[in-house]
Ligand binder design. Sequence first.
Ligand code: FES
Length: 152
Amino acid sequence: MHAPLHHKDRGTGPDSGRRTLLVRWLQGLAAAAAALFLYPLLRFSGHRIPPKPRLVEVPVPLPASGVHTDHDFLLFARPDGDVLAVSRICTHLGCRVGYQQDKQYIECPCHQSRFTADGTRIAGPAEKNLPTFEVTRKEDGSGRVTAYVVHL
Ligand code: FES
């Protein structure tokens, strides 16, 4: 006759609870260590961690010209309701461009590069278009636009 085999209970009892707690604590510690190790490594390796966009609010209505000049961008509101924000930093050597209302183009004061109102390069020495920024609308409860929000 064989005596029944006794085996230890697994997964129940106070020891098991302590073991689970210890494992969870060690997992948390490992995750924290990995984050502490990886963050500087990613920074060092040149991996760009994108910064949060800076939001600039432009209240409505815009000037009658339909153009708002900010420090970092030009905001154009077209008659069809389309709104566009264009960087003011010239793609040649970084001077701050301005909109020439009478000539209907953007011009750089440093070496006279020119761009259309949507940032497309017309004339050099700049070789690239001006970057554009995302624009969202801020509305009141009735759906009326109260401001444009430019995502820099
Ligand atoms: S910096 Fe704008 S044209 Fe040179």
